[in-house]
Design a protein. Structure first.
Length: 429
């Protein structure tokens, strides 16, 4: 007769039993299985590790496939009659122990790992193509109709592809040393990239690394930007003073020419909320109610209404026909038959128009004797600094400029404060 020993339970509070039971229920289990359900045409099936967690099953392949005749279903192992049984069994056993250790470590530290992370921990992470992933991010901008962002970042990636002669580049190839050499290349006499241009390039490359990590394509330590720090230079916002703006407007231009139109557009923006060139070009007569410009900001998609001051009204009067068609552009630069429902065509047209406008603005500012760099965006800076000097509160300036956050407007307040500080130096004489 067999000896039967009674089971002696320790005297513990019920809460302790409950806690222990909960731990058992939530712990993961790891086992080795033969996936008979995945037989191939050769009659072979893969051997997998199976992880069960919270009644959810995850499989991780060992990379080994064998015929059913070589698998011991009772003991879940390869039969010794397989010609490579010892080598295969040793490999599977070692990986099984590693996997159990990883799962146990994460269970006890209350951290979780995905099946992909577990697989990479055991077998090592395969090199991932940097350019393939970067191109997918760039293409996504086009899908989301962010064409300017698409073009800008596509140019950044093309520059990097040219640097490596279009060869395949894995994330693991881009380390701190690689970035330092690439930075030196961009600064070279051949490239002549400025520090802030390099900063923008590297900022997007860093984004590609961060996105790849979040998608579990690379491990944390692969990202070189944990050690490599981006460099940038502080730049001052250029703007026209009241006298310079007057001189700019006094430059004689031929009526009906593009040069005069661009001069008027710049002055209009400098008086009317610092409108962006993209918004100016899309303004139609239906957006003007006689006192206010009411439109949707192209960059943010938010609605804005700006009251047009006297100077702006004078310019609008110059371009307003006797019987304006509501869908015609106030400042006729874009093709009249352009399809506004085609955002890519609109983006291309705006880019071309902006280039022409900026070229003519340089001609006008040179004729005015203004030594500053100028582009249409300077009208935006000009309006902001003028508005703050005239006592308009920073929150109203921020609202009229369509800024998403007031911190974007604070740079103009710093400019005005700096000028006031310089003015106070007069009392030092």
């Amino acid at each position: 007769m067999e000896n039967v020993y009674p089971i002696v339970y320790p005297t513990l509070p019920f809460s302790a039993y409950l806690c222990y039971t909960t731990i058992l229920l939530t712990m993961s289990t790891v086992s080795i299985i033969y996936r008979k359900d995945k037989l191939n045409k050769k009659g072979e099936a893969p051997i997998h590790f199976r992880i069960i967690k919270d009644r959810k099953i995850t499989y991780i392949s060992t990379g080994i496939m064998i015929s059913e005749e070589y698998w011991d279903f009772e003991n879940n192992k390869i039969k010794s009659k397989h010609p490579n049984s010892k080598r295969m069994k040793s490999f599977i056993d070692n990986k099984y122990v590693e996997l159990q250790d990883e799962v146990f470590d994460k269970e006890t530290s209350q951290k979780s790992l995905t099946s992909r992370q577990l697989r990479d921990k055991i077998y090592g992470m395969k090199p991932t193509d940097f350019f393939a992933f970067a191109d997918s991010i760039v293409e996504n901008y086009k899908t989301n109709k962010q064409f300017s962002t698409h073009d800008k970042n596509q140019s950044i990636i093309k520059k990097l592809k040219d640097y490596v002669d279009n060869r395949t580049l894995a994330f693991q190839d881009i380390d701190v040393e690689f970035l330092e050499k690439y930075e030196k290349h961009l600064k070279s006499d051949k490239m002549k990239n400025k520090i802030n241009t390099i900063h923008k390039d590297f900022k997007f490359i860093r984004k590609v690394f961060n996105d790849a990590f979040h998608k579990e394509l690379i491990d944390y330590h692969v990202n070189p930007f944990h050690k490599y720090k981006l460099k940038s230079e502080k730049t001052q916002r250029c703007f026209l003073t009241e006298d310079e703006l007057k001189d700019f407007g006094k430059v004689p231009t031929t009526p009906g020419t593009k040069v005069q139109l661009h001069q008027d557009m710049f002055i209009f923006a400098s008086y009317t909320g610092g409108l962006r060139v993209s918004d100016m070009l899309l303004l139609q007569w239906k957006h003007f109610d006689g006192a206010n410009i009411n439109f949707t900001i192209a960059k943010t998609g938010s609605q804005l209404s700006v009251k047009v001051p006297t100077k702006g009204l004078e310019i609008l009067k110059k371009y307003k026909p006797k019987n304006p068609i509501t869908d015609t552009f106030i400042f006729p630069m874009l093709p009249p038959d352009i399809k506004l429902e085609d955002p890519q065509a609109v983006d291309v047209a705006i880019s071309r128009a902006t280039a022409l406008i900026n070229n003519n603005l340089k001609i006008i500012k040179n004729a005015a004797g203004i030594g500053k760099h100028i582009s249409f965006h300077i009208s935006r800076h000009t309006w902001a600094t003028r508005a703050l000097k005239k006592g308009i509160s920073i929150d109203k300036v921020s609202k009229l400029m369509g800024h998403a956050a007031i911190r974007e407007t604070q740079i103009y307040a710093k400019i005005v404060n700096t000028e006031l500080d310089k003015a106070m130096d007069a009392f030092n004489d």
